[in-house]
Design a protein around this ligand. Structure first.
Ligand SMILES: [Mn+2]
Length: 431
């Protein structure tokens, strides 16, 4: 399956071997950080110098003294910028390649260029592992690749499945039946969970009640539960989710398989991914990176950042939930200077309000940023909705069917919401 990708990955490996110094520019999210770490680790094992810089996006030609630039989890969508780089470039990305790169000395490792699905079946960390695999025996890095897969919400099929299988065979990954929840005491695990969001935050009594009805105590360790107990807990969580308005599709995401990363600082794959993601969002990429490089000096700090991030997110969800308004065919929320829109929109739309498209608008610094979410059950194309409605009010928008965004003038928010609502109604009635 990964054989065609391996042809280009082998070229990348060869170029990396020849380099005197390497500068890795990678994205600041979990897939970016883990893919950067996979390449850095493999390079480090060759006793080569490397530098890492984390970017929110590739907005300009990266500057470096190194003789080789590696762009990871970015680059494929910016042929104009890549074409302007004078040094040799290796791109390790999974975003859809756009346009043409007018440059000779570039090696482009991307699943889309190898007939693979880069949206769900291989991310940057997976592609980075294939490169690392060409550089030496790096089977342990299959476990780091899992962080990117989970971070980018990919599926464990295709290229991803092949990498996980390799990790299992070499003893670095263990796949067992179980729940995709964090490790720790039941009370804390269920309170802090945001994927799935269980609506227990700030509701201690309700949680104690939920647990005692099942015969559990909040102090029990979730990883110590037997198969029968775990099944009982899973059933109760599923019921709770459906009752609170969650989209049914979320159930299969957290029930079934649990991945344990045997050789990593954080063995629970879900927690590992969340910690790295939180570090990225808290502008502490290097801490997430260090954890991926198995430097345990940063583990405590990483956990602290994650807990703080999680609590802030939950508080935001609880607060914002009260502000949700209902249109004809949509739900929406208008915020001012909120720290972020995407995560809150994702949680509310998946776990509470899954029956209508959900639109979150954040007015910040003279512009209004829009995040919209739906699920496959709702027959709208939000990418199209965002594009049309934003154009109408002098903004820009677009994206995927179930997740899209826009930027609009702040004084046009009301008009924009009306427009989104009427387009959604039209799409729903014609389906
Ligand atoms: Mn990615």
């Amino acid at each position: 399956m990964l054989d065609i990708l391996r042809v280009e990955a082998a070229k990348a490996a060869e170029r990396i071997r020849k380099a005197d110094s390497i500068h890795i520019f990678t994205h600041y999210d979990a897939d970016g950080i883990s893919s950067g770490a996979i390449i850095a680790c493999a390079v480090n094992r060759l006793d080569k110098q490397f530098h890492v810089t984390f970017l929110k996006g590739l907005n300009s030609v990266p500057e470096t003294d190194a003789d080789l630039i590696v762009l990871s989890d970015m680059g494929s969508g910016y042929p104009d910028i890549v074409s302007r780089i004078e040094k040799d470039v290796v791109i390790v990305d999974h975003h859809s390649p756009v346009g043409r790169i007018e440059k000779d000395n570039v090696i482009h490792v991307n699943p889309h260029l190898a007939g693979l699905d880069g949206t769900y079946e291989l991310c940057a960390s997976g592609a980075a592992f294939v490169v690392a695999d060409c550089l030496g025996n790096n089977d342990d890095l299959t476990a780091v690749a899992v962080v990117g897969m989970l971070g980018d919400k990919q599926k464990m099929v295709g290229g991803n499945a092949e990498i996980v299988k390799r990790g299992v065979e070499s003893g670095y990954i263990e796949v067992k039946r179980g729940l995709n929840l964090h490790s720790g005491k039941l009370r804390e695990v269920l309170t802090l969970s945001t994927e799935p969001y269980l609506d227990f935050y700030g509701k201690e009594e309700e949680l104690e009640d939920f647990l005692s009805k099942l015969g559990f105590s909040g102090d029990e360790d979730i990883d110590e539960l037997g198969e029968e107990e775990l099944r009982k807990l899973a059933n109760a969580i599923v019921l709770k989710l459906l009752k609170q308005g969650a989209y049914e599709g979320v159930v299969e995401e957290f029930v079934g398989r649990k991945l344990t990363l045997k050789n990593e600082l954080i063995e629970n794959a879900v927690t590992y991914t969340d910690v790295v993601n939180a570090c990225g969002r808290a502008a502490a990429c290097s801490i997430g990176f260090a954890i991926c490089m198995k430097d345990d000096n940063y583990l405590e700090k990483g956990y602290r950042i994650w807990k703080k991030f999680q609590v802030e997110l939950l508080e935001e969800v609880v607060r914002r939930r009260e502000e949700v308004k209902e249109g004809e065919c949509i739900r929406y929320i208008v915020m001012e200077n909120a720290p972020s829109t995407g995560p809150v929109a994702t949680i509310l739309s998946r776990y509470v309000y899954s029956d209508k498209p959900f639109i979150a608008i954040n007015i910040k610094n003279e512009s209004a940023k829009v995040s919209s979410r739906a699920n496959p059950r709702i027959k709208v194309d939000l990418g199209e909705v965002m594009r049309l409605a934003a154009e109408k009010v002098g903004g820009r928008g677009g994206g995927h069917r179930v997740a899209a965004g826009a930027m609009i003038p702040p004084d046009k928010v009301e008009e924009f919401v009306k427009e989104v609502d009427s387009i959604c109604c039209a799409m729903l009635s014609s389906s």
